[in-house]
Design a protein around this ligand. Sequence first.
Ligand code: NI
Length: 396
Amino acid sequence: MAVQPLAVDIPASILRDVIELRRDIHAHPELGFEELRTSAIVARELRSLDYEVRTSIAQTGVVGVLRTGRPGRTVLLRADMDALPIEEQSGVPFASVAPGKMHACGHDAHVAILLGAARLVRERRDECCGTLVFCFQPAEEGKGGGKAMVEQGVLENPRVDAVYGLHVWSRLTPGVVAVRPGPIMASSDSIEITIRGKGGHGAAPHETVDAIVTSAHFITAVQSVVSRTIDPLQPAVITIGSIHSGTTHNVIPDEARLLGTVRAFDAGLRDEMPARIEGVLRGCCRAADASYDFQYDRRYPVTVNDAVESQYVRELAARTLGAANSVDLTPIMGAEDFSYMLERRPGCFFFLGAQPGLDGEPHHSARFKIDEAALENGVRMMTALALDAPRHPVQR
Ligand code: NI
C-alpha cells in the first residue's frame, strides 16, 4: 500500500515563537508542582487560541480541549513542564535566572513544541476530527505529576482513547523521531534500609555486632541478585547510592542506613525484586546477628508502548518527516511518568533527536543543551498526530 505523505508546513512566525517561548521558559525554570509561571503562559496561550481550558489540575497542570464535532477518536498529546534542582552551567545566552534550578531535561522544549502544535492545529481546525486534548503536566521529575493528573481524571471527560508524548533526546541526531513497541523505559523504585547491630569499641569487635561490615556484605551480595538470579537477557539494575553510618575512627556504630534505586524492564520481574533483595538482606543480617528495616517504594512503572500505536507513530513519522527521520529506538534505563497514562490507555512515547553537535551532554547534566533545530520536527510530529490520530482506525 502506498504511503500517503502528511505535509505539515510551519509558518516562519510560529517557528520563531516556538523558539522564543522555549528560551523564555528555559530562562525561568520551575520545579515540580511549582510551575505557576509556566502553566500561566500555557493557559493564556490556549485560551487565546479558543481551546476549552482547565487549569490547576494536580496543582499546576493545564489541559486544552478541542471538540471538533466530527467523528473520530479522542487523542491526548502530553508535555511535561518541570525543571530540575541543578545550577546551570550550559553557557547559553538564555540560561536560567533562577538560582539552583535548570531545565536540564528538555521539558522547556516539550512545552514550546506542544503549544506550537496547538497553534498550528487551530489554524487547520477545519481538517481536524474527533476530540483533541493538549495536556501539560507538572512534576515529571520524580514526583509523579503524571500519576496525579490521571487520578484527577485527565483521561476522562472527554474519555481519551489514545495517548502520545515525546521526549527530546541529546544523544540522537537532531530531528529524527525514534520509536519502539513494548517496554522502552524502566520502572524506578527506591529502597531504604536500616541495618541495626550493636555498637562498641573499635578495638573490641567481638563484643559488638558491626553494622558497617554487615552493610558491606549486603552491598556486595545484593549485586548477585541481578548477575546470578535474573535472566541475563532481562535488563535490571540495583544501585546503592547512599550509605550513612558511624561518627569516628574507633567506634563501631549501632546502625547503618542505605538508600538505593531499583530498575527493571518487565513488570513481573519488577514485582519479584523486593523479595529477592530482602532475601539477601535477611541472610546477611542473620549471619551477623543484626536486624534490619526494609522499605521498598514502588515509584514509576515500566513505560510500555502499545504495539499497534508504535507502528502507527513510526509510519506517521516517515509520512511527515521522511523515512530517513523515522528510526528505531534503543531502550533507555531511565524512567518516565507518562507510564501511568500508558498503563491505562494505548499509546506511544517517542523520542525526538536533539543532539547539539558531537559532544551532547547527557540529560540532567548542568551543561545539558539541545539543538533547537529539532523543535521544528517536534511541532510537525505533534501536529501530524493531532490531525491524523483521531481518524486512525486502530485495529486490535
Ligand atoms: Ni525528562
